[in-house]
Design a protein around this ligand. Structure first.
Ligand code: GRF
Length: 196
């Protein structure tokens, strides 16, 4: 299974996939890494010798033209699956339609709880005793697509946003590596999930 992974930040989830793919038995390979800015996580691609591309959101007059360029770059790698992992931009509907259902996203909350760009902060602010990590099939909503897998993560008294996020990320990484494996070996069928 060939993957294109899109990031905006540190790319710790990307790194987990790159490390998993080091195992010859793992049936997926990251063929390229894309970013909407000069993301720190692009260093991981460089370290593993994976090609990368950036389509800076700020270089385009609007979301649609940015999306078209991003889609063209993604398609040039002919991936079987596109993974949004710490990608902090909403894709225009045209891009989602073109890639769906082979487009998944990691989110640091127990969806449908706390969707959006501040899932960790929102969980803390809500004072919940547990939040989670989720993997979804991307649709045109905000973190609203069908859930592939998710797992609860405890919120501990005194947690800062960073501490809680650092407790969530390893769970996200494990869910992501497992989900890509399940998709590659047919245990998870994205087409069925997206139509459900
Ligand atoms: C992850 O928790 C992701 O779900 C969220 O932002 C974080 C990015 O982490 N959108 P990284 O860039 O993979 O380290």
């Amino acid at each position: 299974l060939s993957l294109v992974v899109l990031i905006s930040g540190g790319g710790s989830n990307l790194r987990a996939l790159l490390e998993a793919a080091e195992d010859a038995e793992y049936p997926a390979r990251v063929v390229a890494v894309g970013a909407d800015r000069q993301a720190d996580g692009l260093e991981h691609a460089e370290e593993f010798g994976i090609p990368s591309f950036t389509v800076p959101f700020t270089s385009f007059p609007d979301r649609e033209s940015w999306g078209e360029e991003l889609l063209e770059q993604i398609r040039s790698w002919n991936p079987d699956l596109v993974v949004l992992s710490g990608f902090m931009r909403l894709l225009p509907p045209r891009v989602v339609e073109a890639l769906s259902p082979d487009l998944i996203n990691t989110h640091p909350a127990y969806l449908p709880e706390f969707p959006g760009a501040h899932g960790v902060r929102d969980a803390l602010a809500a004072g919940v005793s547990q939040t989670g990590a989720s993997l979804i099939v991307v649709d045109n909503g905000v973190d609203a697509g069908p859930i592939i897998s998710q797992e609860r993560v405890p919120v501990l008294p005194g947690d800062t946003e960073a501490q809680l996020h650092e407790r969530i990320k390893p769970v996200e990484r494990r869910l992501l590596v497992q989900a890509v494996l399940d998709i590659a070996n047919g245990h998870v069928n994205l087409k069925e999930l997206a139509q459900a």
